[in-house]
Ligand binder design. Sequence first.
Ligand code: HEC
Length: 263
Amino acid sequence: MTAHARLLLVSSLTVALGTWFLATGSGTAADGAVGWKPMIPEEDVTKLIQHDAKTIYDKLPAGDPKAVKRVRMAALMIAAYAESSKNGARGNLMGVRDSALKLAEDAKNKKLDGAKKDVASIMELKGTGAKPAGGFPKELDLEDVMRPFGLPSTGGEGIEKELLSLNRRPLSPADMAKRSEHLALIGYKASVIGELAKLNPSEAAQKNATKRKKWDGWADDMAKAAVEFAEAAKAKKPDLLKKAAIKLNNSCSACHAEFRAEE
Ligand code: HEC
């Protein structure tokens, strides 16, 4: 082989490998990717998956329409977390994602006979090998997307209240240490919800280009501020956490003032 031919071979191999890396690293778009840049460290992804799997466990026995909606949304959140892992080894997570998407589809079709087994395997971070038919749904009900922020009395997780309480004083170092892990998870969850809000503009925002621009801007602010919030929580920096909380809360209230119907 001449030096030139060898060089050609090496460079085409590099291109092939580069393409392969892209295909496995971020190219899941073809089979149902959520469509945003991964932003969650893998250790937090697994905790979030297990947290929402527990939500599904808790909601399954009720079986009423509201509980089934929560099961579906929690399953979709699990799929979204799996897709949002920013560390390399995502092979296992893609199996979990597929199982979660299948579970979400079953919830939509109210066929939850096998759900307990599915959620058990998700909890162990194992996929069931189930392949979703439709991938990640394109259109979601915004109320369902926002639900985890609401109070437990409305089926939520009380996240909004907790975020607002952080607007005031920076946490003491002791509280910061105690709540760091939990607050990081809330931040990453809010970020995923922000990305989902971006993909699911309200009716008013869909109909009007100016409103749409505002929508996109606030949803984007929300997603970004939420990652800053999570990272400040992980780094145990009370001042940064407070700054990020204010930014995050401002994005919520700005968007609500324009788009959320009066109750
Ligand atoms: C891009 C716009 C937008 C952003 C940003 C946004 N929201 Fe919302 N939110 C909405 C809209 C619109 C609704 C009303 C949905 C409906 O009822 O159809 C809503 C509804 C809600 C609800 C009620 C859900 C329920 O249980 O009925 C809560 C709680 C909520 N948002 C919390 C938050 C919090 C907390 C943030 C910020 C961390 C936030 N939202 C950011 C647009 C937004």
